[in-house]
Design a protein around this ligand. Sequence first.
Ligand code: EPU
Length: 333
Amino acid sequence: MFDLAPYNTFGLHVGAKNLVVVKDLASLENFDDERYLILGHGSDVLFTDDFEGTILVNAIRGIEITDDKDYYYIKVGGGEILDDLIVHLLNKSIVGLENLSKIPGTVGAAPVQNVGAYGVEIGDYIEQIDVFNLKTKQIIHLSQSQCEFDYRSSIFKTQRLCHYFISHVHLKIKKSNEFVLSYKELQELDVKDAFAIRNKVIALREAKLPDPRFIGNAGSFFKNPIIDEVKLKAIRKIYPNVPVFTYNDQKNYYKVAAGFLIDKAGLRGVTHGNAGTWEHQALVIVNRGRAKPHEIVALAKYIVAVVKDKFDIYLEPEVRIFGAKGEIQWQDI
Ligand code: EPU
């Protein structure tokens, strides 16, 4: 058994029967295991058990940049670290991804959840994704629209395309790209250049989010729920200042801050066994040291029940959950 502790940022000691570090697609040509799952850095996953199959670690590297009059075109290996890519681009004065600074994980994993922060989502900049179909051994190119990007979601998540190995991500960034400063904290910056934005984003993240190198966690455990006007009015009666964001410009639907709801339900900074919620951001479940998977699951279930009871809102996990035989749905645990 391989110990997966270095391959999941929760730092859980779960095992896997086999583990292959994939540096090029040639090494997948003869891969014929029936049960496998693809990982980047495991920054958005929860293992509930030892995995009875092969972990394929995406380690395809390389960044190639070309341009024309109006755009930069960037082809990136799925195993590159997202934050290293951001620095690489900013050093070449290619701006756009700075709001995503310090999001943990790899470029190949980023589109699966359509990672986002401070008003930017990676899907906004993706022109194409190259995937290797592990069943047919064919390379397929998916356009941005085929990826069906949505809030913390994409076709890779919704249709559970677990046999699609993301080899390369193609970004397309306008040369005249403008900064996204919709968040108050970024508007308040004196100097509005890409590195100032990056530094501010890093400071904001460090103030709120635990560093997985020291405290096991997978970032936001739940998605911010989308609610209708009736529910929003009910919450606003008690909490007029509940933080609300627009959702895909849809009228009458709102994204509310799950962290706020969990906090107001009295569950910020709590400890249950070896699991807990982070003192500065209740949306983050942490491993307080020697947590076992079932302790994380039990706390998450408890949070869902308390929030449902208090606000009549059902929280859904943002992290992907894997058991002995593969991905499992939250409802089935
Ligand atoms: N809040 C509380 N108490 C808490 C947590 C939050 O009152 O314990 C309030 C905050 O004061 C703020 C609001 O809730 O007014 C929103 O909190 P925050 O700005 O931290 O953002 P979030 O909605 O909780 C989302 C993403 C983060 C991303 C930030 C910044 C999701 C699920 N999470 O968090 O992404 O960094 O916005 O854009 O969408 C992640 O996905 O892992 C992640 C960290």
